[in-house]
Design a protein around this ligand. Structure first.
Ligand SMILES: Cc1ncc(COP(=O)(O)O)c(C=O)c1O
Length: 362
């Protein structure tokens, strides 16, 4: 990935940005082929995005919300998605409905399906794996109900792309968003949007479509592109696009099935190690857990604890109550630390992390 990016930046410096993009057009097309192959889609259904969040807001902007429309989602959908729904409520008067959870954690699919039938939502939105816990939501089951009822279905797969095989046909998604910078191990400032043929053919287009997404066909008219490029903008960070293509190719070569066996197994080992430490509470709940491990620790404030982990060269991320108003409210925690082992980590590293947390807890 790094080589692909550096090579392109060098070429841009040597011959110019437009010229470098033209010289590498086949490799740029490779981004669409690689991402499509990763999620069982066709290249024409993939749009590059500057982030998962940008992909998500572009997707939302293409739905013609009206006062009284319902967005049906879950209590564990990603913070920025929840804020976007609240913004839609503020501007368009949409109603936001959160499906309840089952006792062990994760959405109650049957209750969500019942809400689909009674509320007839304009949009059903689910996050596959939230940022705030290892919970894996049953997105294919939710999707089956959406397809049966003909409801628009938007999936945030930001934390699952590169960690699990994700198949847009099996999920029944109209739209799916992701970053490339997490489990896919791509560069920052990148993401993608999958747009189904169903959605394209229904004529949806982003609110602020540009000269790449549309052709200015007459002084008073434009024609949206027929493919998902309708959801892209003209300006592209080509080195980043090529880096994403390399990262997706690499993940497919390693094998998503193999990755999806090893990565959650390392996380389970880490949870076992952390769970055995006095003063540490592992917070992940749900019938299926992925490779996001979250925990709280007695006697520490958030920032000093993370700094203590940083000092031991253990990379981690903090999540605060406001990242997960429902989930952290239910768990009654103000913050937690998140660790995300990936397939290249060793069992020894995982055990060393648990040992470091034990030392800090003591
Ligand atoms: C579930 C989920 N969705 C979306 C995002 C947003 O990704 P980005 O910051 O690349 O826009 C994140 C980031 O943590 C996430 O965890």
């Amino acid at each position: 990935m790094l080589a692909a990016m550096l090579d392109h930046l060098k070429l841009e410096a040597e011959i110019g940005g437009y010229e470098a993009a033209a010289a590498r057009s086949d490799q740029v097309a490779g981004f669409y082929r690689e991402i499509a192959a990763l999620i069982n889609a066709r290249p024409r259904n993939i749009a590059f995005a500057a982030s998962a969040t940008h992909a998500y807001s572009t997707a939302l902007s293409s739905i013609r919300f009206e006062p009284g429309d319902v967005v049906l989602t879950t209590r564990n959908d990603f913070i920025s998605n929840q804020i976007a729904f609240l913004s839609l409520r503020k501007r368009f008067g949409v109603e936001i409905v959160h499906a309840p959870d089952i006792r062990e954690g994760g959405v109650d699919v049957e209750a969500m399906a019942a809400l689909m039938r009674t509320k007839k939502p304009k949009l059903v939105a689910a996050t596959h794996i939230p940022t705030n816990s290892g919970l894996v939501q049953p997105i294919a089951e939710i999707g089956r109900h959406c397809r049966e009822l003909g409801l628009l279905y938007l999936v945030d797969a930001c934390q699952s792309i590169g960690q699990y095989p994700v198949d847009v046909e099996e999920i029944g998604a109209d739209l799916l968003t992701s970053t490339c910078r997490k489990f896919l191990r791509g560069p920052r400032g990148s993401g993608f949007l999958f747009v189904s043929d169903r959605f394209l053919e229904a004529g949806h287009e982003p609110l602020f479509i540009d000269m790449h997404g549309a052709r200015w066909s007459a002084p008073g008219a434009y024609e949206p592109a027929k493919s998902a490029s309708r959801f892209e903008e003209w300006e592209f960070p080509y080195a980043t696009v090529l880096g994403c293509a390399a990262a997706a190719r690499y993940a497919r070569e390693v094998g998503l099935e193999a990755i999806s066996r090893r990565t959650p197994a390392l996380a389970a080992r880490l949870r076992d190690g952390l769970g055995a430490i006095a003063g540490v509470e592992v917070l992940d709940r749900g019938p299926e857990l992925g490779a996001l491990v979250t925990f709280s620790i007695k006697g520490w404030e958030a920032v000093p604890f993370k700094e203590a982990m940083d000092a031991r060269r253990i990379n981690s991320a903090l999540s605060y109550r406001e990242f997960a108003q429902f989930d952290f409210g239910d768990k009654d925690v103000d913050w937690c630390l998140r660790l995300s082992p990936h397939y290249y980590n060793t069992e020894r590293e995982v055990d060393d992390v648990a040992a470091a947390v034990a030392e800090l807890a003591a």
